[in-house]
Design a binder for this molecule. Structure first.
Ligand SMILES: [Zn+2]
Length: 292
């Protein structure tokens, strides 16, 4: 772990009852998710109605009302077609990060393909006025022991942190990633050199069971998420929450896919706005940049 301390970390040291957590949003549309990849080819994306802005508008509004800023990791493909949303997110004072160009898992790419994919996105975002671009999140938390070369490329591309390490691989008790982090907070491996890592949060007492984001947040009773966050926070550990705009759009078109995929994508969509509003009420949040 690094020794230097930022404002959010200092606040957390001072008062563990009011720990600031990390809020992240992955901007992709409902038809671009990994679970529908076999059903919807990339070449067909243009045919689908774009709806990400419906959930995004709601998110921006509720974040404003709680005076909360977040990190928005965005697909290059979306930013190129809807640049006005980049301006709007920046205007409201949030952070923008990279979510790849077209939502391909890193373990489906070669190092050269990955470099080209994120560089294309970085150049586009900088051209759209994102001057302070620091972070990366891989689609589906897909940096694995076999694709940890990605961190070196993220570093080479000039970014400062990565938020793609799945709870499946963290905490890491076995080689090649051994570390004794007492919770899912920001850390560094020696091999990540210049960049910081923000791992996906796991439930206290249950290593490798994710919570506080995506389908886990929608599926688990709110009381469980609340308990997990309170417990980590009582130890001074911030929790990284992640959501998607399509998770706040219960009227999105539904695809006929197998039952596990249907469940994962559609479970509790209709109650998610209310649940997330409660989370903002109960906990404090800041973007990743505040923890660097
Ligand atoms: Zn994604």
């Amino acid at each position: 772990m690094t020794e230097e301390k930022n404002s959010a970390t200092r606040r957390n040291d001072q008062n563990s009852n009011s720990v600031t957590n990390i809020l992240s949003v992955d901007i992709e549309d409902y038809y671009q998710v990994e679970g529908f990849k076999k059903k919807i080819a990339f070449s067909e994306w243009e045919k689908y109605e774009s709806r990400f802005h419906l959930g995004l508008e709601w998110l921006l509004h509720i974040l404003d009302s709680h005076k909360t800023k977040a990190t928005f990791f965005i697909l290059g493909w979306i930013a190129e077609r809807h640049p006005q949303w980049i301006s709007e997110i920046l205007r409201k004072g949030h952070e923008i990060g990279v979510h790849g160009w077209r939502h391909r898992r890193i373990d489906a790419l070669t190092p050269d393909e990955f470099r080209a994919d994120i560089m294309r996105t970085i150049e586009l975002l900088k051209g759209l006025g994102v001057d302070d671009l620091r972070g990366h999140r891989a689609p589906s938390f897909s940096i694995t022991p076999g694709t940890r070369w990605a961190w070196e490329i993220i570093d080479e591309c000039g970014l400062k942190y990565d938020a793609s390490l799945s709870a499946r691989y963290f905490p890491a008790k076995n080689a090649p990633w051994v570390c004794s982090n007492p919770g899912p907070q920001r850390f560094k491996f020696n091999e990540t050199k210049g960049i910081d890592l923000f791992p996906q949060a796991y439930l206290p007492l249950f290593d490798h069971i994710p919570f506080a984001g995506g389908g886990y947040f929608r599926l688990y009773p709110y009381k469980l998420t609340h308990w997990g966050m309170k417990r980590w926070n009582s130890r001074g550990v911030p929790v990284m929450v992640y959501v998607h705009p399509w998770e706040f759009d219960p009227d999105q078109p539904q695809f006929k896919v197998n039952l596990p995929r249907r469940f994962k994508h559609y479970v509790n969509l209709e109650t998610n706005r209310e649940k997330f509003a409660q989370l903002l009420q109960d906990f404090k949040f800041a973007p990743c940049r505040d923890f660097l």
